[in-house]
Design a protein around this ligand. Sequence first.
Ligand code: HEC
Length: 135
Amino acid sequence: MKYLMAGLGMAGLAGIVACATVDMPEPVEGQIVFDQNCALCHGDGGRGDGPLAAKLSPAPPDLTRITARAEDVFPRTRVLSVIDGYTRQAPDEAMPEFGLLLQGETVPVVLEDGTLSPVPRPLAALLVYLESIQR
Ligand code: HEC
């Protein structure tokens, strides 16, 4: 019994250690979130050609050209804000907000200015995915 308890204790500790070292998600994790929540408007590859795109005004932008439009630095802070609905104002309702969907465990994300910001994991995953599809 004592050994069993000790074993469980170790497993518990390993669990805590694993949680403490959270890494940025891989793009594929964000792609799943994207396919479920964003592709309807932005299209499967994020090129602004989803099934709803033609009906929207303004049209959903091509998300593979964010870096190109931003003069070659992927604007992590702005993209996070757009997705999370932090900075958008009332008249700009063409894109729904996903703040509620994106709650939960946070991972530290490095912003353009080098600061670290705790970001909900699904949002960080979306960010990494969007960065991965820039061309
Ligand atoms: C109902 C259609 C719709 C859905 C669903 C949608 N978007 Fe959008 N999105 C838009 C439209 C329209 C715009 C441009 C106008 C605006 O900013 O509101 C936009 C703008 C953006 C921008 C800003 C791009 C730039 O260059 O400034 C990003 C980033 C973005 N969307 C990401 C996402 C992500 C990630 C999701 C899924 C979580 C998502 N969108 C879901 C319609 C949509």
